[in-house]
Ligand binder design. Structure first.
Ligand SMILES: NC(=O)c1ccc[n+]([C@@H]2O[C@H](COP(=O)([O-])OP(=O)(O)OC[C@H]3O[C@@H](n4cnc5c(N)ncnc54)[C@H](O)[C@@H]3O)[C@@H](O)[C@H]2O)c1
Length: 337
């Protein structure tokens, strides 16, 4: 019988495909359930691995987990639920009904199955978009009240509410992570994330258009974020049941202007335009506290935004990603920073 088995929904995506590789390397059996909205090339390298099992399915289906499990493997100890319509533009494109179905109802269906199957923990990837605009500019902690500014964040807040309401009575322990904006590359690169997108625009077009230059956002490298998720998987269950943790690092709390400055150091010929407009999108102007995850899970990071810029630029300059403008590297046709 297998000892360590994790089921990842959305495992073909940007975070999931990176996480799958890390868990396989760590000796886990990994089942991935994904509907392949952006393709499945990100998983190809794992197919020869006997500890990897892939099932194409829509996680909204009420038996998606049950149907994906192999008879000869033990029940997974954790479900890591990443499948979602990720990001404000993508949710806006599909509309409220579909976004709700994919992001909220699917979370409920996944948790119900995890509970029925006696899975020990359910790790949910929410987002720091839930904080929206901070009223006083102070540090936001996990206790700060949520102020979602977009349909995407509304669906994440609703899923969190559902999971937290189960925490005291369920046998399966829900754990919620609120990662900040990720950067860096993975087997499914995304160029609709602000740092990656800025590097691509500066490199290819030699120009950047920056909205709300003074707004503070927060950034974390994908490898560090995945390390945080694995800490959530390996920490004692009593430490994580019903808990919410921001994932990020104080060094990643930067204004857009500061990100641009870092890009200009590597691509000084870039022409930068600024516009201060407000739009009905995912406005975020906040500085995030990461004390809780540092103190309670011992989380530390290895990479800086500058490391991420260097990495993305290297991949572009050396032609490692042949057509970075291809739609498969974006979750929606339009991008909002
Ligand atoms: N990337 C970030 O910066 C970031 C930050 C905070 C939170 N998150 C959250 O982390 C999770 C993963 O993000 P990502 O960047 O890897 O996104 P992604 O879009 O790259 O991956 C999502 C994956 O989920 C799959 N999927 C979507 N709906 C599905 C369904 N109904 N059934 C089966 N599969 C489905 C897609 O095919 C895709 O492979 C999301 O929940 C996202 O909201 C991401």
């Amino acid at each position: 019988m297998v000892e360590k088995h994790v089921l990842i929904t959305g495992g073909a995506g940007y975070i999931g495909s990176f996480l799958t590789g890390e868990l396989l390397r760590d000796g886990y059996h990994v089942t991935v359930v994904d509907d392949l909205l952006y393709g499945g090339e990100s998983l190809l390298a794992y197919l020869p691995n006997q500890r990897f099992h892939f099932v194409k399915a829509d996680v909204w289906e009420s038996r998606a987990i049950r149907n994906a499990l192999r008879d000869d493997w033990a029940t997974p100890q954790a479900v890591i639920h990443l499948a979602a319509i990720a990001g404000f533009p993508a949710c806006q494109s599909v509309g409220r009904l579909v976004a709700w179905r994919y992001n909220v109802e699917s979370t409920q269906h996944m948790f119900e199955q995890a509970e029925a199957l006696d899975v020990e923990r359910f790790i949910y990837l929410s987002t720091y978009s839930n904080y929206g605009l901070s009223a006083d500019g102070g540090l936001v902690t996990e206790e700060t009240s949520l102020n979602p500014q977009s349909l995407y964040a509304e669906t994440k807040v609703a899923s969190e509410g559902y999971l937290l309401a189960q925490a005291s009575s369920s046998t399966c322990a829900p754990l919620i992570f609120r990662p900040v904006t990720l950067y860096g590359l993975s087997p499914r690169p995304r160029f609709d994330l602000i740092v990656n997108q800025f590097v691509l625009d500066a490199y290819r077009k030699r120009k950047l258009m920056i909205y709300q230059r003074g707004y503070s956002r927060s950034f974390v490298h994908i490898a560090d974020a995945v390390h945080g998720i694995i800490l959530g998987l390996q920490s004692p269950v009593e430490k994580i049941r019903g808990q919410v943790f921001n994932i990020g690092t104080p060094d990643g709390n930067l204004t857009k202007d500061q990100v641009v400055e870092l890009i200009l150091k590597r691509l000084p010929e870039t022409f930068v335009n600024y516009k201060d407009i407000t739009f009905g999108g995912d406005m975020r102007d906040i500085t995030v506290s990461f004390e809780k995850i540092q103190q309670e899970l011992g989380f530390t990071t290895k990479y800086s935004v500058d490391d991420g810029i260097r990495e993305v630029l290297h991949a572009l300059q050396d032609g490692l990603i042949r057509e970075p403008d291809d739609p498969r590297y974006r979750n929606a046709r339009f991008i909002v920073q």
